[in-house]
Design a protein around this ligand. Sequence first.
Ligand SMILES: Cc1cc2nc3c(=O)[nH]c(=O)nc-3n(C[C@H](O)[C@H](O)[C@H](O)COP(=O)(O)OP(=O)(O)OC[C@H]3O[C@@H](n4cnc5c(N)ncnc54)[C@H](O)[C@@H]3O)c2cc1C
Length: 511
Amino acid sequence: MATFEFILVGGGTAGCVLAARLSEDPSTRVLLLEAGAAEPSAGMADPLAWPRLAGTSVDWNYATVPQRGTDNAVISWPRGKVLGGSSGINGMMHIRGDRAGYDAWAATGASDWNYNTMLPFLKRSEASEAGDPAYRGKDGPMRVGPGPAGDPLWEACFEAATEAGHSRNDDGNGNGKTAEGTSWNDMNVVDGRRQSSADAYLGATAGRPNLTVVTKAHARRLILDGGICHGVEYRVGGETRTAFADREVILTAGAIGSPELLMLSGIGPARHLRDLGIDVRADLPGVGGNLQDHPKSQIAYTATRTVRTGRYARKPHVLLRGDPAAAPDLQMIFIDLPVHPRWVPGPEDGYSVIFSLMTPASRGTVRLASADPTRAPLIDPNYLANPADVSRMIAGLRAAREVGGAHALADLRDQELFPGPDVEPGASDTAAHAYLRRTVTSYFHPVGTCALGRGQLAVVDPELRVRGIECLRVADASVMPTLVSGNTNAAVLAIAERAAALVTGEETVPA
Ligand SMILES: Cc1cc2nc3c(=O)[nH]c(=O)nc-3n(C[C@H](O)[C@H](O)[C@H](O)COP(=O)(O)OP(=O)(O)OC[C@H]3O[C@@H](n4cnc5c(N)ncnc54)[C@H](O)[C@@H]3O)c2cc1C
């Protein structure tokens, strides 16, 4: 039997941050459990190879349940299963999103969670050479910056976006007023290699005797006694082991893994747990609810010549308002392939403008398929269930078409391949909706399944403590009550930095 002050379950983006921060005090013994392996797999370091990591041993290889809003498609849901977690297999874009996305968290009643209170932690996590030090971190563990300039396609995409009216934003991560406009992506890439959260944070912990990292260790249930969490039961190397925490267990298993482990341990919606024969330890109806993901689709063009250079270079993104009266709610990015709707073969030379709704109104669930911890959970993001999401995605399609068809890309553009002339948003929203039903997939940004807040459906309080259970917190993507208008990794790094400050007492949040 092993005893620690803190046990962290999940060595992903958030878990590596907490492992490094909590073990800075040499008298604090920390255990980090990670289901995946420690060793990066082939191709993980290469910034261009990440799409090929899905479906390999470093991916949990999840899929959604059939999605009513997308013609019953079962949509693939990669999640990192390796030290570094999803930051080990992600697209490495380091994009915080607009301040409005963080300010929306305060609306849950957790008034202390907003842009101004998150800014110190967004800064603490990063080292950015460029940008205003009032908004940018200069000496954090995660080195961020855009790739080298000069790829003709990406430079033309930037010009096309500004031509379409999305003005240049010199630092989408560091303009305190707005992230809106066309910016060069900051990336988690250093010297041409991926920098996962494990790379950035665990390097400095090498040789710390007070940090124990156990990989290929699958946590199966929490050890609870009378409303207090004492430890974790996990499987490693074919054996079942237990570890005990004198102070706290902190779940950092991500937006799927954290609610899954809570429910397997009897913490969640009572009825669902009873249906599966699981003893209810705390009836928390919000666990596994409130699932949100950014839905994405694309408009695809064939090119007059090969546009793929095969080298890592800076790329732009655009943040815009589909509704001029609301906060920025749509993002566009670019890829050097004409993306085909599911199962449609076709030409390979071209480019696509990906568009994604940053503030979806649809809400889904993560539920257990059974009380057996080896069974994958049921993931239902409920894409396009809310009609407002459909109309805002149609606004995204329209905006993407303006950029993809702009003069700046005329020299490269052959023709619009998908959706093509049959889909004229505005003239025929029915055709546009049908196209979205055939093409929407995951942007890989699930959040919200252990949401922080103060209401009945909140799972954790503003100090990230699980309501009704002592000595247990959650500190990962699952605590975001709503999505940010950026790619989620930067926000998760900041949540974990803040969680470490809360745990050590550096920061307190009014109860
Ligand atoms: C393919 C892909 C592309 C993406 N692209 C980007 C991008 O370009 N930019 C961006 O900002 N974001 C991107 N994201 C999203 C971003 O990576 C995630 O939001 C972020 O990594 C989530 O961090 P987390 O700590 O909450 O969870 P994760 O990083 O997923 O960590 C959870 C960890 O817990 C482990 N775990 C789960 N259950 C258990 C258990 N029972 N026992 C032990 N360990 C367990 C997992 O193996 C994993 O290592 C992408 C994600 C994916 C999958």
